[in-house]
Design a protein around this ligand. Structure first.
Ligand SMILES: [Zn+2]
Length: 164
């Protein structure tokens, strides 16, 4: 009798585990094959508007930079600011990184990359600390960036062509 109960217990455990695994696979698959959720899209849009407001308040000008969610960024990059050959400024955000760290992407990466975009707009292409100069740090802080004074060596500014 006891053995039987144990058997059913483990049987149930296996079923639940398989279902959980299938659910997680499904969730990953959904994430990988679909655009970001509307909720996330909205959060990104709102963060961008806030950042632009801070830019206007602190520096007296506006800069509307497209934020493009891309799956083609190398996984080492959370985001990248690009100054294209025809002198357009674009921010790329790594879609894969939204899966486990959407808060980090919104509150940390967007102001960080926006500060690079502002540097491009001001035609400051300084390579000091891979683009994270004192001037950049100051802009990053004013845009409510987090940990702007830490040296980050992610090579996230790109001038010219990209394959994103
Ligand atoms: Zn950077």
């Amino acid at each position: 009798m006891f053995i039987h109960k144990l058997y059913y217990f483990f049987f149930a455990l296996v079923i639940v585990s398989v279902l959980l695994l299938a659910y997680n696979w499904h969730k990953d698959y959904e994430f990988d094959t679909n655009p970001l959720s509307q909720k996330l899209e909205k959060q990104i849009f709102e963060k961008k508007q806030q950042t632009r407001q801070l830019l206007r308040a602190n520096f007296g000008f506006d800069l509307d930079v497209p934020l493009i969610i891309s799956e083609k960024l190398p996984s080492s990059l959370f985001g990248a600011a690009v100054f294209t050959q025809d002198e357009k400024i674009i921010i790329y955000l790594n879609k894969k990184r939204f899966k486990e760290s959407s808060d980090y992407m919104i509150h940390h990466v967007i102001p960080h990359e926006y500060a690079h975009a502002v540097m491009f707009h001001l035609k400051d292409f300084s390579k000091e600390q891979s683009g994270h100069s004192k001037k950049w740090q100051n802009i990053c802080k004013k845009l409510n960036g987090i940990k702007c004074d830490r040296f980050v060596d992610t090579h996230d500014i790109i001038i010219g062509k990209t394959s994103f």
